[in-house]
Design a protein around this ligand. Structure first.
Ligand code: ZN
Length: 361
């Protein structure tokens, strides 16, 4: 906190006073980068007002006041906000080729795009599966905060029309369980495997990156797996919950992480530039947790992720396997009536789908 205040022109003596005052109500070590703050100072480097946003809910305010002993009053105050339920739509097209551009065009922030990508992470690889003409509508909670950017609560319902498929997600709480997302028939959207080991992160794109990024399946005996072209440093995540078997370096595979999962599966992540913190033999890992960063270590001509999947000791085609595995538990029969009522309300808010669903038999 003191280096930040000093860098913004506050005198050394004033900085000490501010940090001391702040300490009474807030641990300055909790200061995080990129959080907004406001600093008003006098021409001689003294403090007039300092406000720092601690998190989405509260902020620290330090003001000059004659009635406090050192002349400063420090308080942690709630950020006034109003909760609203909002429905927004977007489309992937020439003007908005990425999900982020499209969500911005809809007037919303990228946090919302990331949250939506997480809801559909078992069904859509948002790095490679998006197509021109894809569209979505979602209903979500938005917190309007006075004089500050909006933040988001939960997504309550979403529809994503991807490459002719119409996918729905409804947030529902089965009595006695945690809230989860289900499709229109009450089937869980949770999958044993994520669609992709590459995390969906904001990136600048010029036109459709999907073609360039599309995974290449290797079937050569010595090199079985999928290559994902990705920038160096992009986060690589575990496709399922499990336990780290090894995190090693060798001249062929570079930095490689092996993870054992339930049902005889083992996943491999190769050529990493770095391991994530805590990734070592024996460590427990959850689905979607970062294992490392994309790199070009070992035998690699450029930065990419080589991802492999073994079932009972034999390499299999991960892209097929990801789709095959059964989803999580559906809405139980006892809660189906409640689910149906909530779903119908949510569908009315989403409005009709635009694509004609592909007939299934
Ligand atoms: Zn490869």
């Amino acid at each position: 906190m003191d280096s930040m205040l000093r860098a913004h022109g506050l005198g050394a003596a004033a900085v000490d006073e501010v940090v001391t005052a702040a300490r009474a109500v807030f641990d300055p070590r909790r200061l995080r980068s990129l959080q907004p703050f406001l600093l008003e100072r006098t021409v001689d480097g003294a403090l007039r007002l300092f406000e720092y946003e601690i998190d989405a809910d509260s902020f620290l305010r330090i003001t000059k006041t004659p009635d406090a002993s050192n002349g400063l009053r420090a308080e942690v105050l709630p950020i006034p906000k109003t909760l609203e339920s909002v429905t927004a739509s977007g489309e992937i097209g020439e003007a908005t080729p990425s999900l982020f551009q499209s969500i911005e065009a809809a007037g919303e922030g990228i946090d919302l795009a990331i949250a939506m990508a997480e809801v559909f992470a078992g069904e859509i690889d948002f790095n490679t599966d998006l197509q021109p003409g894809d569209r979505y509508t979602l209903t979500f909670e938005r917190f309007r905060r006075e004089g500050r950017p909006n933040t988001y609560g939960v997504i309550t319902a979403a529809r994503f029309e991807n490459d002719g498929r119409v996918l729905h997600a409804f947030r529902f709480t089965t009595p006695g369980s945690k809230p989860d997302y289900y499709d229109e028939n009450g089937r869980s959207l949770r999958r044993f495997f994520l669609r992709s080991p590459l995390k969906f992160v904001p990136q600048v794109t010029s036109g459709f990156s999907a073609r360039r990024m599309h995974p290449v399946l290797h079937t050569a005996r010595a090199h079985r797996g999928v290559d994902y072209a990705a920038p160096s440093g992009a986060p690589v995540v575990s496709i399922a919950a499990g336990r780290v078997v090894s995190a090693t370096f060798d001249n062929a595979n570079g930095r490689m992480v092996r993870i054992r999962h339930a049902s005889g599966y083992e996943s491999y992540y190769l050529h990493l530039s770095a391991f994530a913190r805590g990734i070592k033999a024996g460590a427990a890992i959850s689905q979607g947790e970062t294992v490392g960063r994309v790199g070009a270590t070992g035998l690699a001509t450029g930065p990419h992720l080589h991802y492999g999947l073994k079932k009972n000791g034999v390499f299999v085609n991960p892209l097929r396997e990801h789709r095959n595995l059964p989803p999580g538990d559906p809405v139980p029969a006892s809660a189906m009536a409640a689910f149906t009522a909530e779903r119908d309300g949510a569908l009315a808010a989403l409005g009709p789908a635009q694509s004609t669903p592909v007939a299934t038999r």
